[in-house]
Write a protein that binds this ligand. Structure first.
Ligand code: DAH
Length: 350
């Protein structure tokens, strides 16, 4: 092996030993740098006679090219190795099952409330909402409920601290106070027309929301839902109540042959009053009478508290339990499931 071949060999070995790009640059300097071996050889050319200079120069150039090629290869090899390390470090295991995006859904009672609103909406009822902390006036007095009515006792009603004659001082025990609140606003807007002997648009409203009572077992929760309904006009009768509520129940339960029964009852704010029972003709509950609402013709005292003349305005009201409707619709047998927040239960409704 001549001297130049040996030099190329030693450069290759030097480059191979370099484990990092910095080592490689150092090794390069030994051969190709200003004071490197090749450079030195080139400088030595000057001392040679002309004819030797040419062939010697060409040989050195070949060696130089070989070293440069070896350098480039080693550079690439180091870069590839570095890339491999990085790829390994950043490797993704695409076979992992992955984190699922949580899929939410509406609470079953919310589904029922939406359904109630849609069905009554299609019959021209608006939706009103009102406060859950209510005053004695709206919750009881305005609804013709006397001072000594048992519903007013501490056993039945959550009272809130403070409270004066006008201030809210209890958690509403039903959505019925919304009858008064909504009607008073409605009548106020049409006062002038009424005073001039003209008619007002009918009051047709439902009022869904949370209600509270001191009560807790498989079918009672201290917090529960109600939905009030009210239709007041100049010629609204009990038969309209029967039609509207029958139509609602049949649509809600998607059962055209559902049978309703209006069972005489008593509420201070209606006269006459009725409990509404339904009877399925098919399915697991077929044949049983199930109570779903209270209802009646709005009592003249209540009509008066709305700011209307009971000789002229008349109508009906009802109050139903969306929790119970939800239980019947989905076959849930314990009311508490709705409020425990157990995701295994709730996920079944999404
Ligand atoms: N507020 C009554 C309750 O909580 C339900 C009710 C009965 C509402 C008759 C009404 C009605 O509007 O007319 O038990």
């Amino acid at each position: 092996m001549n001297e130049l071949d040996a030099l190329v060999e030693s450069a290759r070995a030097g480059f191979a030993q370099a484990g990092t790009p910095a080592d490689l640059e150092n090794a390069k300097a030994r051969y190709l740098g200003k004071a490197g071996r090749i450079t030195e050889l080139m400088k030595g050319l000057g001392a040679l006679p002309v004819d030797e200079k040419k062939s010697r120069g060409a040989a050195i150039n070949l060696a130089k090219q070989a070293i440069e090629t070896a350098l480039a290869e080693r550079r690439q090899a180091l870069a590839d190795a570095e890339m491999l390390v990085q790829l390994r470090a950043e490797a993704l295991d695409v076979t992992l099952p992955g984190r699922q995006r949580g899929q939410g859904g509406l609470h079953p009672v919310s589904l029922t409330l939406e359904r109630i609103e849609a069905i009554f909406g299609s019959m021209g009822f608006e939706v009103a909402e009102g406060p859950e902390i209510e005053s004695d006036w709206f919750n009881f007095t305005a609804l013709n409920t006397p001072e000594d009515h048992p519903a007013r006792s501490m056993h039945d009603t959550f009272y809130v601290e403070g409270g004066s004659e006008k201030a809210p001082n209890l958690l509403r025990t039903h959505t019925s106070p919304m009858q008064i609140r909504h009607a008073v606003q409605h009548v106020k807007r049409h006062r002038a027309a009424l005073d001039a002997g003209r008619s007002m648009p009918e009051i047709r409203v439902i009022a869904p929301g949370r209600t509270y009572r001191v009560d807790s077992d498989a079918t009672h929760s201290p917090m529960f839902h109600q939905c009030e309904g009210l239709w007041i006009g100049e010629n609204v009768s009990f038969k309209d109540l029967k039609f509207v509520f029958t139509d609602f129940c049949r649509t809600f339960f998607e059962s055209d042959d559902l049978v309703l029964r209006f069972r005489p009852s008593f509420f201070p704010f209606t006269e006459p009053s009725a409990e509404i029972d339904i009877q399925f003709q098919h399915g697991p509950l077929a044949g049983r009478w199930l109570e779903v609402a209270g209802s009646g013709q709005v009592h003249p005292n209540v009509v008066r508290n709305m700011g209307l003349d009971p000789e002229r305005h008349i109508g009906f009201a009802f109050g139903m339990g969306p929790d119970r409707l939800t239980m019947l619709r989905y076959g849930v047998n314990d009311l508490r499931l709705f409020f425990d927040g157990d995701i295994r239960f709730l996920a079944q409704f999404r």
